[in-house]
Design a protein around this ligand. Structure first.
Ligand SMILES: Nc1ncnc2c1ncn2[C@@H]1O[C@H](COP(=O)(O)OP(=O)(O)OP(=O)(O)O)[C@@H](O)[C@H]1O
Length: 255
């Protein structure tokens, strides 16, 4: 079975080539880190895989199904979900409600059911609240259920984003810079969370700038530069490649 296959994807914005004929395959159950200098195309490839942008050319296949023309919502239903660099939480809502809105709807629980079978709807809501609370517990936020997202620390907000992704029941999870901006303790909690997701059978694609974190979490690394996938290999293969090192560190960036 082809788990995830991106083939010949190109995306331009005006004259700028954000993705240039990118092809790669991801095996299930692994953690693949997407690395490269600023503007390399890392977020763009996430956007193409999750349906947030449409590629000019190329295809995306997930579990043998061509999802290239599916909407982002249909892709979530098939099991592809993501987080964002800028989090996109409902800041004024509680942690619980932030997760609740991401929980998949149960069949037969539409507005008509609410009108004619209110007790059923109430029971469904109760079940969903319990499920959302369990997910918050799983990411270590069980004690913050009623707290508005705005009151959480930055590290807790990032964990809340993970709970929201889990609520979609996705099996392929794309995390856009999950460790950026985190202090040591929160960073270790996120690394542990990423390993836990893998241990529970999830497949992860992770945009990660910090090479030390890449070494701690990655089974495979995809190295992007100027929209092109320059290399795919093990963390050791990629970090020991002098040419890639020059590209990555050549701008004096701190990684
Ligand atoms: N919606 C857009 N409109 C115009 N240009 C865009 C758009 N999205 C991305 N780009 C451009 O495409 C290129 C790749 O951007 P992308 O965000 O994918 O890079 P990145 O590797 O994620 O960078 P960073 O590490 O800085 O987040 C950049 O030059 C960026 O400015």
């Amino acid at each position: 079975m082809t788990y995830l296959a991106v083939s010949h994807v190109t995306k331009t914005f005006g004259g700028l080539v954000a993705l240039d004929d990118c092809s790669f395959v991801i095996a299930p159950g692994r953690i693949s880190c997407v690395v490269g200098p600023n503007g390399a195309g890392k977020t763009s490839i996430f956007n193409v895989v999750t349906g947030f942008i449409k590629a000019d050319t190329g295809t995306v296949v997930f579990k043998d199904k061509d999802v290239t023309s599916l909407s982002r919502h249909d892709r979530v239903r098939l099991g592809i979900a993501r987080t964002f660099q800028n989090l996109r939480l409902f800041e004024e809502l509680s942690a619980l409600d932030n997760v609740l809105v991401c929980l998949a709807d149960e069949a037969g629980n539409g507005p008509l059911a609410a009108m004619f079978r209110p007790f059923h709807t109430e029971a469904v809501l109760k079940r969903k609240k319990a499920e959302a609370a369990a997910l918050l517990d799983e990411v270590g936020l069980g004690h913050k259920i009623e707290v508005p997202a705005a009151s959480l620390s930055y590290g807790q907000k990032k964990l809340l984003c993970i709970a929201r992704v889990l609520a979609t029941r996705a099996e392929l999870i794309l995390l856009d810079e999950p460790t950026s901006g985190l202090a040591a303790g929160a960073l270790d909690a996120m690394v542990t969370m990423i390993h836990t997701l893998k241990a529970r059978g999830r497949t992860l694609l992770v945009v990660e700038h910090n090479t030390r974190i890449v070494q701690r979490i990655a089974d495979d690394v995809l190295f992007f530069h100027r929209g092109r996938l320059l290399a795919q290999g093990s963390p050791d293969e990629i970090t020991s490649n002098e040419e890639l090192g020059r590209i990555y560190f050549g701008r004096g960036d701190e990684h």
